[in-house]
Design a protein around this ligand. Structure first.
Ligand code: ADP
Length: 540
């Protein structure tokens, strides 16, 4: 293919010859560069053969034709060698460095070499003259124009076409595909366009100024004019084609982006890949749009979850308030009722009855106080204002203290408490009074929910990095279904009478306090047989 194309364009150049052997329009240079950039050495052979096949003059010997072909081949091979040596440069000029490298080595230096070498080795000069700079200039500007106006845009924007016909060397192909996948930026496309248009017009002006006035013969004059007109026309063509491509490539993604934005607004799913564009700016905009939508969806589900939680919390709060007012009203009604009775029957009431009434008032008031204290603790914990005084303590002492405080309760119900603690100290970093409060709650529950005369045990042991303390009773036990809810605020399994000492907050506080120590609470129970509540505290 190189051979055929180079031959055709080489023959064409002959019609623009204005010096012996020197043409003012040499499009074959662009073919040599493009072919060498794509096929390497094979293209160089095609160029040499093409030169031999289409000689300009009848008396051009084989030696001269081979030299001429080699010069053209070297002209094409110089940029190829540079791009081969520097793998970071992309052959389709996707960045400024690649564009500059190609301009220097693919349009200026290589054509400069061929112009000088050609003038010295190919052109016939009078005896004693080896180099004529004016001829060198004509040769150079002809080759440079072709390289700039044909090779540069073809290489930059025809990359898809070129990569398809390029060598099958799999390693190189894979590498080039990697480069091809990287989209071009709009800035880069505009840079290439600006360079081609500016240098193209500059070239045509230079040709006009330097050559038109100097060539005397009409025929030559016409050839230069034709070349200059062609150059101008080509610059306009490149400008027109590139502008149309840019406008199309830019307006299409804008429309797609618009549609995607509408979709985001309406909550419809979008596919960022549907915004197809060969420009990096639009790709990143499309990606950003996709990310925005994903983020919006994430926020939406987060909000939904938070709303559900808020509704749940508000419901819980209403339940809590309803239960709390009920809990407060019951003992208060009892206090008011009995004190009214005492006031009404003053003077007539028997001493025994009065004591019973006063006892009721006192029990209800104590219950109220206990309830308020528990409520205060709960609200302090909830608002994060509960201060804990952590210090190294021996949990055995806390067990002994809580048993001591609850012993009157056990004595009243003739319940025996058995304690089992290890010989060594049960050291833990804990708040002494809160640990005792936990144990007191468990012990008073065991007392409350076990019939008279039943045995209660407090067992302690080590379990991995934790101390385990279990309070085991042989009382009424708890249903399996109820076991999970007894740790919630105000949850009670059995409805109590007005004089009940329970608040329904005890186990809720136990759970919170134990967790604030880094431990946990659990229950095992069989209805009618008894319950075992176990708390753990991390060892120090
Ligand atoms: P209360 O003040 O009512 O005892 P708690 O929060 O301490 O409240 O306990 C919640 C509920 O768990 C109790 O109402 C009771 O039904 C059940 N419960 C707690 N401890 C025991 C136990 N040792 N045996 C049987 N049931 C228990």
């Amino acid at each position: 293919m190189t051979f055929a194309l180079f031959s055709i364009f080489n023959a064409l150049a002959f019609h623009f010859e204005i010096e012996p052997g020197v043409s003012i329009l040499f499009p074959a240079t662009a073919i040599a560069i493009l072919a060498c950039m794509s096929f390497g050495w094979w293209a160089a052979i095609g160029v040499i053969l093409g030169t031999i096949a289409t000689p300009w003059g009848e008396n051009a010997g084989l030696r001269l034709l081979v030299v001429s072909g080699v010069i053209s081949a070297i002209e094409g091979m110089i940029p190829w060698l540079v791009f081969r040596a520097r793998r970071d440069l992309s052959p389709d000029l996707r960045d400024m460095r690649s564009l500059l490298a190609f301009l220097v080595f693919g349009t200026v230096i290589n054509t400069g070499f061929s112009a000088i070498a050609g003038n010295v080795l190919i052109i016939n000069h009078p005896a004693g003259v080896h180099l004529v700079w004016r001829e060198v200039f004509v040769w150079w500007i002809a080759d440079f124009t072709a390289a700039l106006l044909l090779a540069t845009p073809a290489l930059a924007f025809g990359s898809a076409l070129f990569s398809r016909i390029r060598t099958t060397d799999s390693r190189r192909l894979a590498q080039e595909r990697e480069v091809d996948r990287r989209p071009r930026t709009i800035a880069n496309a505009l840079q290439i366009l600006a360079v081609i248009v500016m240098l193209g017009f500059a070239t045509s002006i230079v040709i006009r100024m330097t050559l038109l006035n100097r060539v005397e013969q009409d025929v030559k004059h016409e050839r230069v004019m034709a070349a200059v007109t062609l150059v101008d026309a080509f610059v306009f063509l490149v400008l027109g084609l590139a502008s149309a491509t840019l406008v199309l490539n830019i307006s299409r993604p804008f429309e797609q982006m618009h549609a995607a934005l509408d979709a985001v607004r309406d909550g419809r799913p979008i596919d960022p890949a549907s915004i197809e564009s060969s420009y990096l700016e639009f790709r990143s905009l499309a990606d950003a749009l996709g990310e925005t939508q994903a983020e919006l969806r994430r926020r939406e589900s987060e909000l939904r979850l938070q709303t559900e939680r808020a509704i749940e919390a508000s419901k819980h709060k209403s339940d809590f308030l309803a239960k709390m007012s009920h809990e407060l009203r019951t003992p208060l009604n009892s206090i008011i009722g009995f004190s009214d009775l005492l006031a009404e029957q003053e003077g007539t009431i028997e001493a025994e009855k009065r004591i019973a009434f006063l006892d009721n008032v006192s029990t209800s008031a104590r219950h109220l106080l206990g309830l308020i204290n528990d409520l205060l603790d709960v609200s302090k914990i909830e608002s994060g204002k509960m201060t804990m005084h952590f210090e190294p303590i021996d949990l055995r002492t806390a067990i002994a203290n809580s048993i001591k405080s609850t012993s009157p309760l056990f004595m009243r119900k003739r319940q025996q408490v058995i304690v089992s603690v290890p010989d060594e100290p049960m050291m833990a970093l804990a708040d002494r009074s809160r640990v005792e409060q936990v144990l007191l709650n468990l012990l008073s529950n065991a007392n409350k929910y076990s019939p008279e005369g039943k045995k209660i045990s407090v067992l302690s042991a080590i379990n991995g990095g934790d101390w385990r303390i279990s309070v085991k009773d042989n009382g009424i036990g708890i249903n399996n279904d109820d076991q999970h809810r007894i740790f919630d605020d105000f949850e009670q399994v059995y409805t109590r009478g007005p004089n009940s000492s329970g608040t329904g907050l005890g186990l809720a506080l136990v759970k919170r306090f134990v967790e604030m120590h880094g431990g946990a609470v659990s229950v095992e129970s069989t209805p009618g047989e008894g319950s075992t509540f176990t708390v753990t505290f991390p060892k120090t």
